[in-house]
Design a protein around this ligand. Structure first.
Ligand SMILES: NC(=O)C1=CN([C@@H]2O[C@H](COP(=O)(O)OP(=O)(O)OC[C@H]3O[C@@H](n4cnc5c(N)ncnc54)[C@H](OP(=O)(O)O)[C@@H]3O)[C@@H](O)[C@H]2O)C=CC1
Ligand SMILES: O=C1OC[C@@H](O)[C@H](O)[C@H]1O
Length: 404
């Protein structure tokens, strides 16, 4: 049977838009997928039409009739688009995703979904009202590695899981300085810029929480999923963004705890990523043993299973490489394209094909619950974003939606 072809529109032309677009242009057979295919039919830049065209050229767009738009407003009106991938900074997601939904477009929106939980609730309400698909792009959940680990948990491989600790910290210290190292962007970087909803929590801490939630929440039966009690500590950077944040999530009824940490100055694994790293970035501790995930937690390719010591104590190391399309030209020293974002795109495609409005792997309810946890963390830590980006009122003409 012919694969179901998904026609994508890409909103924004920055770093992750490029990575995602290249991923969905990879041949699906390189990852053993035959039921879904992807086509990019349009891209839009808020700055200019020529920037959108440059983007399409940079990803070596195979279909030369793909449209380049100089505004997000034009993109959402394109009748050939099935779904828009929103790849703007977190600050913009609520207004941009609502612009898409209002125009009748399905949406895959980058993480963090929005700045606050109420913005997410409003997007969900609109998607329901318009009968559209809406999904937060938490790509890590769709990695075969994540799926395998969740299966091991539900199969009871390590017994009853009582605690998950997860860290994602990005090693951006600047020696002998109070400032962090974000290159020439400095404090304007979206990582620490309050106008762009900067800070460790929304950018990186969301992955630590992803590991806590995909183990302690998603693997539970629906009736046992619970919103945790939250205890947080936040250390702020001089822009007002959170620089180092630690969160304890107590799932009281299930009697489990998740410890999610993040920081911009430290490194999770000082000795490197993947096989170079000795320590784990995530520990999933059960009554019979534990699973350790080697970071980075947004793109893990290795885990180990350690059963409790005793006569049969054992360690199993498993590597899950990300498939490459070697017919696509990689960067110097890189063997083809393939970053791991295609799996979430395949999921979105299957949901569209099957008429589903949300993905079971990151349901609306779970996205909202995680946003509520992050709201609570920011409240306890006193992190307050500017009104323009924290507002829950949709405004088609908001500067966050760019020129019309
Ligand atoms: N899943 C993942 O692994 C990753 C996800 N992300 C997420 O993707 C989103 C974008 O991150 P990233 O691509 O790194 O960011 P970039 O700064 O590289 O790109 C953001 C793009 O958004 C558009 N934009 C619109 N308004 C603004 C504005 N005021 N300031 C800056 N950019 C603006 C621009 O595109 P244009 O001018 O064309 O409109 C810009 O190129 C974030 O939400 C982030 O959390 C980021 C990295 C990895
Ligand atoms: O989602 C992300 O994953 C990779 C990080 O480097 C990036 O800052 C973040 O947005």
């Amino acid at each position: 049977m012919a694969p179901h072809n998904v026609r994508w529109g890409i909103m924004a032309t920055g770093g992750i838009a490029t990575t995602f677009a290249k991923d969905i242009l990879c041949d699906p057979s390189t990852r053993d997928v035959s039921d879904i295919a992807h086509t990019i039919v349009a891209a839009a830049s808020s700055s200019s039409q020529s920037r959108a065209q440059e983007f399409l050229d940079a990803i070596k767009i195979p279909n030369k009739d793909a449209k380049a738009y100089g505004s997000y407003h034009e993109l959402v009106k394109d009748q050939n688009i099935d779904i828009v991938y929103v790849a703007t900074p977190h600050s913009h997601h609520f207004q941009n995703a609502m612009l898409c939904l209002e125009a009748g477009k399905n949406v895959l929106c980058e993480k963090a979904f929005t700045v606050n939980a109420e913005q997410t609730r409003r997007l969900v309400k609109k998607a329901k009202e318009k009968n559209l698909f809406l999904m937060e792009a938490v790509w890590t959940r769709y990695f075969p590695l994540s799926i395998k680990i969740r299966e091991m948990i539900t199969d009871g491989k390590i017994g009853e899981v009582l605690r998950v600790s997860a860290d994602l910290s990005c090693n951006c210290n600047k020696p002998d300085s109070d400032s962090l190292n974000f290159g020439s962007d400095g404090d304007k970087s979206r990582m620490v810029n309050m106008d762009l909803a900067g800070g460790a929590l929304l950018d990186l801490g969301i992955y630590s929480l992803t590991w806590v939630f995909q183990i302690l929440y998603l693997t539970q039966k629906l009736e046992k999923r619970e919103k945790p009690k939250v205890l947080a500590a936040v250390d702020k950077y001089h822009t007002g963004a959170d620089e180092m944040t630690s969160i304890i999530c107590h799932f009281e009824k299930n009697r489990t705890m998740g410890v999610a940490t993040t920081g911009l100055r430290l490194a999770t694994q000082p000795d490197g990523e993947g096989s170079a790293a000795t320590g784990p970035a995530c520990r999933i501790q059960g009554t019979k043993g534990e699973i350790q995930v080697i970071g980075p937690l947004y793109r893990p390719t290795e885990y180990r299973v350690i059963m409790n010591r005793g006569p049969k104590g054992q360690v199993e190391d498993v590597i899950c490489p990300i498939p490459k399309d070697t017919n696509r030209e990689g960067k110097e020293g890189e063997n083809g394209w393939g970053h791991g974002m295609f799996w979430e795109a395949d999921e979105a495609g299957r949901c569209l094909r099957d008429g589903k409005k949300q993905s079971d792997t990151i349901s609306w309810e779970e996205s909202i619950t995680i946003m509520e946890v992050m709201d609570e963390v920011r409240k306890q830590g006193g992190v307050v974003y500017p009104e323009l980006i924290d507002s829950t009122t949709y405004d088609e003409k908001s500067p966050l939606n760019g020129k019309a």
